[in-house]
Design a protein around this ligand. Sequence first.
Ligand code: HEM
Length: 331
Amino acid sequence: MAIARCCVALLLLVVLVAAGSAAAAADQLRVDYYRETCPNVEAIVRDEMEKIIGAAPSLAGPLLRLHFHDCFVRGCDASVLLSSTAGNVAERDAKPNKSLRGFGSVERVKARLEAACPGTVSCADVLTLMARDAVVLARGPTWPVALGRRDGRVSAAGEAAASLPPADGDIATLLRIFAANDLDIKDLAVLSGAHTLGTAHCPSYAGRLYNFTGKNDADPSLDGEYAGRLRARCASATDESGMISEMDPGSYKTFDTSYYRHVAKRRGLFSSDASLLTDATTRDYVRRIATGKFDAEFFSDFGESMTKMGNVQVLTGEEGEIRKKCYVINS
Ligand code: HEM
């Protein structure tokens, strides 16, 4: 009994120390981190982002998603950007990452920063700033981004497959995965609002349209009329035609609160979106923001939750490296 108590205490201590050091690492990030070494970093990223989004507004969603997929696997260390090598299949080649886009845009911004301040600004910081600017340029909120993340040297496809939330996840699964990243139930409700931007491929939601309960039926939690419209864009559960659907139909290039109105009307595209209606806390949040009377509240919440997400398991100080190119570790 005494031994069991001692082990529990030890485990608790390990968890507390780990949580404490993760928080301590994030505490080292600073908004003016590059004040001496690359004072124009934010202006350079913003200038290049204006060109990128100006030429292709539909890239705002993918660039926001890249940061999310980076942070949930090994923390925000730009591991998602590394290419596979002869002996290693990297995160970006894992199944849930096959639909990621925007890698070329990240290299473009990084190249501008390398020209201005060589070997100084990490790819992890570049991703974080690009995600924020993508939201701003899609007419969403802005928030201060603390900087000083360093880049990791490891990227493994298996870790991505195990750590990213599945589109068919229920609320318990999503909460567990968010909690593993120090994100709580409110963060889940708020960050799901990122699905106001972007598009999805048929395999991400086809499971809800065909043979959901084995009776050749659709997911009963999905609005019937909407399911019919989706079936027209997604011919079967195995449709690989590559056709895309807007996740926030009508305003998928604009960051706004209409995502919550779709979810409230049982028109969220993924099971994960629909699952927000299955818990009292997330359901209340969806319904409140869906009224359209609390847009400013959602905007401010989104900045706060993005800041928390951008702090997940960051590398700081002497950890990791500052990559010269984001797709490959320094030799
Ligand atoms: C709550 C758990 C989440 C799940 C299960 C999920 C799942 C997905 C899936 C399956 C897609 C579509 C992929 C495709 O078929 O092309 C997608 C797209 C997207 N996700 Fe999420 N996501 C989640 C949370 C988030 C978060 C936290 C963010 C950002 C903060 C985010 C941002 C996006 C964006 C912007 C897109 C559109 C990308 C594009 O246009 O290519 N998602 N998500």
